[in-house]
Design a protein around this ligand. Structure first.
Ligand SMILES: Nc1ncnc2c1ncn2[C@@H]1O[C@H](COP(=O)(O)OP(=O)(O)OP(=O)(O)O)[C@@H](O)[C@H]1O
Length: 327
């Protein structure tokens, strides 16, 4: 990786954004957005369609002008970027291609020539697993191979900061896993990565932290496994009633529970250990033996994400819409 990131008033953080604003006509697409990406981390940018992710990222890359706010990327303002600054960032956009009749190695020779300290073409080919395709026309590559070439192009200059925009959209499961390995590979080299994705499993697998953008601002930012922790209960407890069994006695213990038409009982518990203890004592008292399908489920990143988005859009989470809540 290239050395020499400057340390300025924002310390060593490669990306520092505060109060960012951008409107399209009367519509405010980015509205007082704050964000920090720390050196060497993978930060996932999450948010529903139209939340303002692409607008923000393109401002950081110097491809769009902002209306207001402060932006520092590798110590520089992207609105006044210099050639040297651009060479230190790598961009893998959502779709590239269009390499026509060039071979894979021609494409990489072309892009590496644009940088002062590029990675050697042979090295790039090996990194992305395309060495065997070096002399093949890029236009004949499969979708997954094409995406790997896109990644190689994006990192040709050995960047300190990599922007990955939905890197695995359209890839089959095996190609997705390979793309993940590439992200890990560059993270392992010390690069900082800003990953935009709609896949929560991808964020979970790759990111150190995640920022959720809703309505043009960051509404939540933190370690992926703690996202939304401040706003949610501990776990969902569920079990199935036996045939002919009534929920009334257990409802006396847990008034918030819901029972669906199939006798599935569930409730959100803020104290799951205590609740489980009381449930087991209830089962013992009623001589129920085994409790059918007893489960304690911690919220997944997806549950937390949907809840955060719901809180900030006023829409119920999709999971609640799908589930049967009434008794
Ligand atoms: N050039 C433009 N002119 C007018 N409106 C735009 C323009 N670019 C984006 N918008 C609007 O700004 C809002 C934010 O768009 P943006 O592409 O930044 O969202 P996003 O979070 O990247 O969405 P997605 O997840 O669908 O890619 C959307 O309502 C979009 O329609």
């Amino acid at each position: 990786m290239s050395a020499g990131a400057g340390t300025g008033p924002d310390g060593d953080d490669p990306v520092v954004v505060s109060g960012l604003r951008k409107s399209y006509g009367p519509f405010r697409a980015v509205d007082d957005l704050d964000l920090r990406v720390r050196r060497g981390e993978v930060l996932a940018l999450l948010g529903p369609n139209g939340a303002g992710k692409t607008t923000t990222v393109e401002i950081l890359q110097g491809f769009r002008r902002r209306d207001g706010g402060r932006v520092s990327v590798l110590g520089c303002d992207p609105a006044h970027d210099r050639r040297g600054w651009r060479a230190r960032i790598g961009v893998v956009p959502q779709s590239t291609g269009g390499y026509d009749d060039l071979t894979v190695s021609d494409v990489l020779r072309h892009f590496t020539a644009l940088y002062p300290r590029p990675l050697p073409v042979g090295r790039l080919l090996e990194m992305v697993g395309l060495a065997a395709k070096a002399n093949v026309r890029a236009s004949t590559l499969s979708g997954g191979q094409q995406r790997r070439l896109d990644v190689a192009v994006g990192v040709a200059g050995d960047p300190e900061l990599i922007f990955l925009d939905e890197p695995t959209t359209g890839l089959d499961p095996a190609a997705r896993r390979e793309a993940w390995e590439l992200v890990r590979f560059f993270a392992g080299r010390g690069a900082t990565t800003l990953l935009t994705t709609h896949y929560l499993d991808e964020a979970q697998a790759l990111a150190d932290r995640a920022a959720v953008i809703v309505g043009g601002r960051v509404v939540e930012c933190g370690p992926v496994d703690r996202l939304g922790a401040a706003h949610r209960s501990g776990a969902t407890i569920s079990f199935r009633l036996s045939r002919g069994q009534s929920a009334s006695s257990v409802r006396a213990l847990f008034p918030q529970l819901a029972v669906d038409g199939a006798g599935q009982v569930s409730w959100e518990s803020t104290a799951p250990t205590g609740d489980l203890g009381r449930l087991l004592a209830w089962a013992e008292q009623h001589r129920l033996g085994e409790i059918t399908d007893l489960q304690l489920r911690r919220p997944s990143l997806e549950d937390n994400y949907l809840r955060i988005v719901a809180e900030h859009t006023g829409q119920p989470p999709a999971a609640d819409l799908a589930g049967v809540r009434a008794s």
